[in-house]
Design a protein around this ligand. Structure first.
Ligand SMILES: Cc1cc2nc3c(=O)[nH]c(=O)nc-3n(C[C@H](O)[C@H](O)[C@H](O)COP(=O)(O)O)c2cc1C
Length: 350
């Protein structure tokens, strides 16, 4: 068993990073199928959840096949955060509550939340403790290396998370100032691992299986978290698992990539229709399903002979079959006749 978070056993060593707009329940399910150890929801504002915003409810919805799954909350004030965590525990099938302490977005940090929390480790401890006291589920946190190059304090923050009762910490080894680019501080991950007793998950810059192995070797982290390397590439988890166990790493075939792309599109269409309340929304459901998947579509055709042409076409693709055929064309394959209609008769009738 690679690692445990309190009572939760995580059977595989690579987990999916929370990514707003990317890691919805459909994608999380596909990743779990490919030996991803654990997944997280996209970050959700604790206040919005307590105010009952439908969009926030949808972000925390989970499905059975994706567990273990953590619900990631963000906020600044311990009380609403604790209340939101208690609400999640009561209403959502999930395995842990994760607290976001790494989001770099101005809208979030200007309110003292996300990465801004790292500047105040005492608040971090209070916040974690408030949530730990409010729920039975394990509480974890996701942080960065620090605020800027001159304020690298992830060790202090990890100690604060542990002191507050947090049971695992995931660290994106870049500062808030770096956002998502630039080198990942692996020596710092090693320092954190030495400083705390709770499991440490290393994150940042893992684009292929060998990167995960090197991160683990150089830092000693208990597990790795993959973000952008998984977009349109759920096989990366299987590849890391194979590399971890000394097995040969296999790349997906073109057929596997196109089949996965179609499954992903069909799942997105299903969700888009299920979430359309008005007839007007239903008419645009197919287009919304395709536009919501643009990042993944690019991932599925990465490295294809006509990848650049596909990229240029992307914003003009509004129907799933057109998107699928454009992806096939990127691999020099002719259009395919649909296996089933879009949407299926069952979805149409629902
Ligand atoms: C589009 C996008 C959305 C993200 N949303 C979240 C989020 O909701 N919560 C979070 O903790 N991190 C979020 N992140 C950060 C990732 O979880 C991860 O820490 C970061 O991408 C670094 O990992 P990588 O180099 O493997 O991509 C997001 C990153 C991206 C690119």
């Amino acid at each position: 068993m690679p690692f445990s978070i309190g009572p939760i056993s995580v059977a595989r060593v690579a987990v999916l990073a929370p990514m707003a707009g990317i890691t919805d329940h459909n994608f999380r399910f596909l990743c779990r199928e490919q030996r991803c150890g654990m997944v997280y929801t996209e970050l959700v504002n604790a206040d919005c959840l307590l105010r009952g915003l439908q969009r926030s409810f949808r972000l925390v919805e989970t499905q059975p096949g994706e567990r273990p799954v953590g619900v990631q909350l963000y906020g600044w004030d311990p009380q609403p955060l604790a209340e939101a965590a208690a609400w999640v525990e009561e209403h959502i099938d999930c395995d842990l509550i994760d607290l976001n302490m790494g989001c770099p977005v101005p809208k979030v940090v200007s309110r003292g939340a996300g990465a801004a929390l790292m500047r105040d480790p005492q608040r971090v401890e209070r916040l974690v403790r408030a949530v730990v006291d409010a729920v039975e589920l394990p509480v974890t946190a996701k942080t960065r290396s620090g605020w800027t190059e001159n304020e690298i304090n992830a060790v202090d923050v990890a100690l604060a998370v542990e002191a507050g009762g947090g049971q695992c910490i995931a660290v994106h080894g870049r500062t808030r100032a770096q956002r998502h680019e630039g080198p990942v501080n692996w020596p710092l991950l090693a320092e954190i691992k030495r400083a705390v007793d709770i499991p440490v998950i290393g994150n940042g810059g893992i684009l292929e299986a060998s990167h995960a192995i090197t991160m683990r070797e150089q830092s000693g982290v208990d597990a790795v978290m993959v973000g952008r390397g998984a977009i349109g590439n759920p096989w990366i988890f299987k590849q890391i698992d194979d590399a971890w166990h000394g097995r040969e790493v296999q790349l997906p075939t073109v057929k596997e990539r196109l089949d996965m792309l179609e499954r992903h599109l069909r799942a997105a269409v299903h969700t888009s229709i299920a979430w359309s309340r008005r007839a007007r929304d239903r008419e645009t459901a197919l287009g919304r399903a395709v536009s919501g998947l643009r990042g993944h579509l690019l991932g599925y055709v990465r490295g294809a002979p006509e990848e650049v042409a596909f990229r240029h076409q992307l914003n003009s693709l509004h129907h799933p079959q057109t998107a699928l055929d454009a992806a096939r064309a990127a691999f020099h394959l002719p259009p395919a006749s649909p296996k089933e209609p879009w949407p299926t008769a069952q979805e149409q009738a629902a």
